[in-house]
Design a protein around this ligand. Structure first.
Ligand SMILES: [Zn+2]
Length: 300
């Protein structure tokens, strides 16, 4: 029988380089399903794929990320119980299938889909490898900052350069003091470092530090994915856990390369010291992370 580690190693190795990785993540169920309210009309919806954030009040309705067609339909129907206000806009935090896959469910209700300017190109690139990713594209894009008012809320989107992908947006609900960080945080879970989609783990580390300095202790963070023990919401301290993992990963790969280890040899570890919590039954493995950073460090 294949050990779990062996199974993950061999199914996992292809993930980091495959354009279908986003589809795999999209189909990965999260454990706690449904709606959770956060603050001042904001909340989350979890079912399959990246966490959906929402703002639903008497005078505003905003959706951040859209998971899959099936779960987006459940999300839309639940939002109808929360407000009768028309859908103002949808934000996509990045191009992955488990964050844009349900765009089509919301398209009949709004023509405003906002994302960072690299997202449409990255969606096109992904669609070439996976015909299932044919969700409606963003209709409005921005380079590094975008904001609007919706009801009593001020919504700001920021792009801090490449991180998880080349087109990550962080979404600030300024009045509620709630921030959706997209997949910049896999909360105590091995992250997808999408090298083919423009990821940059070093700049990702810098971005997490910048965000940590920017946010307050009482800011509620919404994470794209999370270890069920820790959940998909938290506070700014979670940013430093993700930063420390990415730093330790980069240092490990650099040290191994200096010692002359091959990629396969450096993948012969079960966990990174201090990050044992990341090692649970999850779509991505430490091997994926090591391979992605190895590719970054050895890219010409
Ligand atoms: Zn993602």
């Amino acid at each position: 029988m294949l050990s779990r580690r062996h199974f993950l190693k061999h199914t996992g190795t292809a993930l980091a380089v495959s354009p279908v990785a986003a589809s795999l993540l999209r189909s990965w169920p999260s454990r706690a399903e449904g709606f959770t309210s956060l603050r001042k009309g904001t909340g989350i919806f979890t079912q399959r794929g990246g966490t959906i954030g929402w703002l639903a009040t008497d005078d505003a309705l905003v959706v951040v990320d859209t998971q899959s067609p099936q779960s987006a339909a459940d999300c839309w129907s639940g939002l109808q119980d929360r407000t009768t206000h028309a859908l103002d806009l949808v934000v996509n935090t990045h191009h992955h299938g488990d964050h844009v896959g349900g765009n089509g469910v919301f398209a009949p209700h709004t023509d405003r889909f906002v994302a960072q300017e690299h997202v449409p190109g990255l969606m096109r690139q992904t669609a070439e490898g996976d015909k299932a990713d044919d969700a409606p594209y963003p209709t409005e894009t921005f380079e590094d900052r975008w904001s609007t008012s919706v009801g009593d809320e001020s919504l700001t989107l920021r792009h801090y350069g490449p991180g998880h992908t080349g087109g990550d947006a962080v979404v600030f609900f300024e009045e509620a003091n709630v921030v959706h960080v997209g997949d910049l945080v896999f909360n105590r879970a091995y992250p997808f470092i999408d090298v083919d989609g423009g990821a940059d783990s070093q700049n990702w580390i810098d971005t997490l530090e910048t965000l940590h300095q920017t946010l307050a202790d009482d800011t509620i963070l919404i994470h794209g994915h999370g270890n069920p023990e820790y959940g998909v919401t938290g506070d700014r301290a979670d940013l430093l856990v993700m930063r420390d993992f990415l730093s330790a990963l980069n240092e490990y790969v650099a040290r191994q390369r200096q010692a002359g280890a091959s990629l396969d040899e450096m993948q012969q570890i079960d966990v990174l010291d201090g990050f044992e919590a990341f090692d649970f039954d999850w779509a991505l493995s430490l091997d994926n992370c090591i391979e992605a950073v190895y590719r970054e460090q050895t890219a010409g």
